[in-house]
Design a protein around this ligand. Sequence first.
Ligand code: SF4
Length: 380
Amino acid sequence: MKSYLIFYPHCYIGKGGNGLIAFDTIARKFVMTTYTNVLKSIDANKNIMEIPTIENEQYNDFVQECITDNLAYKIDANVMPFLPQNDLHVISSYSKTGELHNKMEGYFLLDNVLSISLYLNNKTLDFVDETVSQQIEYPCYCKNSQIEWNIDGFLKTLDGFPNLREIKICGDMDETLENMLKKLTCYSVTIRTAGHNLPKRIATNLRCHNNVKFEILLLSDENWEDALDYEHRVVLSPIVFKPSDVSNFAGKRNIVPIPVIIDANKQSSLIQEMLIDFSDIVNAHNSMDNIKIKGQYNTTYYGHITISTDGTLQCANKKYGSLKVSNLIDILNKCVHDEQSPWFLSRNKFARCSKCMFASLCPDVTIYEQQGVMDKICTL
Ligand code: SF4
């Protein structure tokens, strides 16, 4: 007769070169070990471990702790009990249809797009170059109008995106942006714009368009009081270069700071503030479903595309082609077939984290890590 330790279905087993964590996603209790024989004998996909018959103190301690903390129970059986696979199964016909005929993929390809950011003009924020643009999701600075592709033609195709949840328009609050708003009355629209001296214009647009929300980018020396009437539809996003840049906003609601890292050496105090530690990881809200999805996708970027002012389609910091010269289906095809796409960049595929037991418990790989401006986001 053999003995098995069976973990409850809501317990996640994370294995890596640095050890093993058995994590209760409801009570947020956990047991950890670095004992390699335990790591070898646990099948993390099925949440089961065969307990060896030989007496071993490290094994016994681990088993006992898991039982005492209600993460697992022990059974005796002649054969290993059947337990269903615990991981996420994705049924996809991408590869099959790809082999058959490239164009067939167009039938379902647009289903993958959940949100689109469209970049318009930025004649205001002069520090925004390509790196900063990707970090704050805002067009690069250019003092002349920069839209060089058929954006109106693209807007007419939006009906073809069945799962599109949000359109984000990013750029100066100018005539171009306001004209575009009139064409998007059937969509949930977020406008991300720089807040320089524009409260009246923003208030007017909030009154005229019920489908519109604002994300207002602010520099540290700007104050913003007039948006309070529309608090539920306005988020203030201070652009943060150093920790003190958010001090003006302490205690205010609807504040979502956006850190900008240009030079990691000079901004070490900001980077220190951004790092997560062990307690952040184990106290984060992680359901079992969420953990499984994070094991395969980057949930921040999956389904999100950005189209720059010159018509370049990109996912996070990766460019896939220009709508000036290629059609949308061809460009999206490249993205969904690219295993290195930011859409699929989960932590367990990211070089620095792939051997870490916390990979599926940590937040998604950030733009700062993808760009290489931060080499890690944790203190571990
Ligand atoms: S960020 Fe990476 S290395 Fe740090 S704890 Fe998370 S998975 Fe591990």
